[in-house]
Design a protein around this ligand. Structure first.
Ligand code: NI
Length: 145
């Protein structure tokens, strides 16, 4: 474990303290570690350094929308190598929310997620990609007190 000392100007330090309060961090070290992990993960993904990823895709849709439910299910079956688990919940009379866990080549996972999000009737679509193939990967970066 390395100990780093950093300097922040007052405004940035106050903004950081406020962010920590809003997100419920008990100490600065854990907040900085999480910020770094996220930044490093995004950097790996955008630079193409990470060719493999896991991802969480979530979206809301109206199950009355014509054929949409079966279209979404068909898309997942057509990519059963990527879509490894799906959680479905009925959130109102019309609306459903689904969360799909994806794993595979970052490019294919991204294409699949964007195709689902682009389907007519799919709303609030979001995908979070987590790189897994670098050593150490974010999945391996253990939290330390
Ligand atoms: Ni439903």
């Amino acid at each position: 474990m390395q100990r780093l000392t950093i300097s922040l100007d007052d405004d940035l330090a106050e903004a950081f303290e406020e962010l920590m309060r809003r997100r419920g961090y008990a100490n600065r070290s854990e907040a900085v570690r999480d910020l770094l992990r996220r930044e490093l993960g995004e950097s790996d993904l955008s630079s193409g350094a990470s060719r493999q990823c896991v991802a969480v895709l979530s979206y809301v849709f109206d199950h009355h929308e014509r054929q949409l439910s079966s279209r979404l299910t068909t898309m997942q079956h057509d990519h059963h190598d990527l879509a490894i688990a799906t959680l479905h919940a009925h959130i109102s009379h019309a609306d459903c929310i689904e969360t799909v866990i994806l794993r595979g080549a970052t490019q294919k996972v991204t294409e699949f997620a964007h195709a689902v999000i682009a389907e007519t009737g799919v709303r609030h679509g979001q995908v979070q990609l987590i790189p897994v193939d670098k050593k150490p990967s974010p999945a391996d970066w253990r939290r330390k007190a």
